[in-house]
Every structure is written in C-alpha cells, then in structure tokens.
Ligand binder design. Structure first.
Ligand code: COD
Ligand code: ATP
Length: 290
C-alpha cells in the first residue's frame, strides 16, 4: 500500500459542477481591488465579513451544489418536483453556511444564483452556452416553491420601499446582468489584452452599472445605488481597471462606497455567476475531470 496514490480520481458530473461553483465563489472573493467588497486587501464596507470566512463559507456550500446537480439528474426535467427539491437543498445549504460563519450571511444570494445555474447546467450537458443555461435556470426560478418561507428579508423590504427588482427577478429574467453585461465585458477586456484580473474587475463593474443591488439599496438607499452605478460607469469610461485613469476612478469608487456603507454584494454574486458560466462555456463541464 502506497501513501501516495497517483491513480487519477474519477469524479461525477455533480461533483465537477460543485467544484466549479466553489471555484467561482473563491475566485470572486479573492479578486482585488473590488469596490467596498471583501477581498484580499480587507473587509470593504463590512464589519462582520472577512476573506477567511468567505472561503470557509464557499467550501461549506460544496455538498449543496453537488446535491442540486444530482437532483437535476434524478428528476431530469424542469418542473415543480425539481424546483422544490433544490429549494429544500438551498435552504439546507444556507443552514450549513450559517453554521460555518456563526450566523453571518456570507453567500445567501450566491446560493440562489449559482444553485440555479448548477442545476440548469446538469440538466443538459450538451447545451452549455451561457444563454442556454441561464434560460433553463430562469424557467426553474419562475416556478413557485410551495415550501419556501417568505421572510421580510432585506431584499423584500427594499422591493416594497423602492419597487426594486432583486435576486429573484434577476434569475427569473435569465440573469440579464450576467448575459448582457458581465460576460460580454469580461470577454471584451480579455480580448483587449487587459489581463485576467482586470477583465474580471471590468466584468464586475459592468454588472454594477445597471443592477438594482438590494444590498446597496438596503444599506445606503437610492444615493448609494446611484453612486455605485455611476461610479462603475466612470471607471469603464476611463478605460477600465487596466488603465491608469480607470484605476484612479476605481480607487475613488472604493472610498466613496465605503463611506456610504454601500457594499455591492448582489453584483459580487453575479460576478461569481459570470465566472461559473464562462468556465463552463470555455472548458465544458468535464474538461480535466479524469
Ligand atoms: C431569492 C433569494 C435570494 C431571496 O431573495 P431576497 O431578495 O428576498 O433576500 P435577501 O435580501 O436576503 O437578498 C439575497 C441576496 O441576493 C443578492 N442580490 C441583491 N440584489 C440582487 C440583484 N438585483 N440581483 C441578484 N442578486 C442580488 C445579494 O447577495 C443579497 O444578499 C433566496 O435566498 C431564496 O428565496 N432562497 C430560498 C431557497 C431556494 O428556493 N433555493 C432555490 C435553489 S438555489
Ligand atoms: N466579496 C463579497 N463581499 C461582500 N459580500 C459579498 C461578497 N461576495 C458575495 N457577497 C454577497 O453579499 C451578501 C452579503 O451582503 P450584506 O452583508 O449586505 O447582506 P445582508 O446580510 O443582507 O446585510 P447586513 O450585513 O447589512 O445585515 C451575501 O448574500 C453574499 O452572497
């Protein structure tokens, strides 16, 4: 018996998708400098979050993502049984997250967005373009889970107050912030030779230009949302994260959002969704798995 086993490990489709989802969450958390968000530099506008907690939370979600993909394979079709199964698994994932973080919300929105996308990807491994996966995810999100509790969440409170479209509507519309903003900008900045980290930052900024981020609305109201959207656009207009002027604008945006306590957590989740879909599109689900 050898201590080191060099046999390649065979992993299942569900395990592979869970790996990809957790990787996307860790890549999002590590990406720096993100305006007012937790990153390698610090905690941004947050007092209760830090990078180690984001990593631990991402890893704690692996079983939930795997089980969602397995549910997709078991039920095999979009319908209420699958929707209610992933709703239950998502709520269990949230409990695992809260147990890991001692009750802090690190990834609530991410469980929702990435959970739907992992399920949608597993449903048809031959149709893995971002457009196809988000369309299936939207059809799932449109189904009403009869067992979902309806708490007066922060998102629900700002939806009442400002009439904002939140995480649920973003998914039901097929993740327009990802498909129309994040992914195209990521690809444009890569093609312009801006480097991977700058391209990812630009993808995040593109999402921020137009999102009704309910985290920002709850923490900083409409002035906070306005500052986020216009500040992000100003960075892109100045040439993006790879340009000197763009970097200056990004630094100003970081300072301004921290001063307003306006952390764009919803945009961060959608960047993770962007990175997941990009990886699936580029590598396929099974590349490197055997
Ligand atoms: C739909 C969810 C996100 C609740 O949304 P709601 O707006 O009521 O809640 P909350 O204020 O806690 O916000 C959720 C999070 O979404 C993210 N978010 C904020 N704004 C946006 C936006 N415009 N678009 C996308 N995500 C956003 C943020 O990270 C935020 O923290 C979800 O938690 C839920 O209902 N889960 C039930 C379990 C389930 O059905 N799971 C299904 C399989 S994953
Ligand atoms: N790098 C990140 N930094 C901060 N938040 C992030 C990051 N990545 C994702 N998020 C998302 O932001 C959300 C946390 O934001 P926030 O703390 O504002 O939520 P909350 O619990 O509704 O608010 P509060 O902390 O004001 O009570 C999580 O749902 C998470 O998915």
């Amino acid at each position: 018996m050898h201590a080191l086993n060099l046999q390649p490990k065979t992993i299942t489709l569900a395990e592979r998708l869970a790996d990809l989802a957790v990787d996307a969450l860790i890549d999002e958390a590590d990406l720096s400098p993100k305006p007012a968000l937790v990153d390698r530099r610090g905690n941004g506008a947050h007092t209760d979050l830090h990078l180690g907690l984001m990593h631990a939370s991402a890893l704690a979600l692996w079983p939930a993502f795997k089980e969602m993909a397995e549910a997709a394979l078991e039920f095999g079709a979009i319908g209420l049984p699958l929707r209610e199964a992933i709703g239950r698994i998502g709520r269990e994932g949230e409990q695992a997250m809260l147990a890991t973080t001692s009750g802090v919300n690190t990834h609530r929105g991410a469980i929702w967005a990435l959970g739907l996308l992992v399920t949608a990807a597993a449903l048809d491994t031959k149709s893995t373009s971002a457009g196809a996966v988000t369309l299936r995810a939207a059809r799932l999100a449109l189904l009403d889970d009869r067992y979902a509790p309806r708490p007066l969440s922060h998102g629900a409170q700002v939806a009442q107050r400002y009439g904002a479209r939140g995480a649920r509507e973003e998914a039901q519309l097929g993740f327009p912030s990802v498909v129309q903003r994040g992914l195209p900008q990521l690809k444009r900045s890569r093609a312009a030779g801006h480097g991977e980290q700058n391209a990812r930052l630009d993808g995040l900024l593109a999402i921020m230009t137009d999102l009704a981020d309910t985290c920002v609305l709850y923490r900083a109201g409409e002035p906070g949302l306005h500052a986020m959207q216009h500040g992000a656009q100003a960075v892109l207009d100045a040439g993006g994260s790879a340009s000197l002027t763009g970097r200056r604008r990004l630094h100003e945006l970081d300072q301004q959002l921290i001063a307003l306590n306006a952390s764009p957590g919803g945009a961060a989740d959608l960047l993770a969704a962007t990175l997941l879909l990009d990886r699936i599109e580029r590598d396929g689900i099974f590349q490197g798995a055997f």
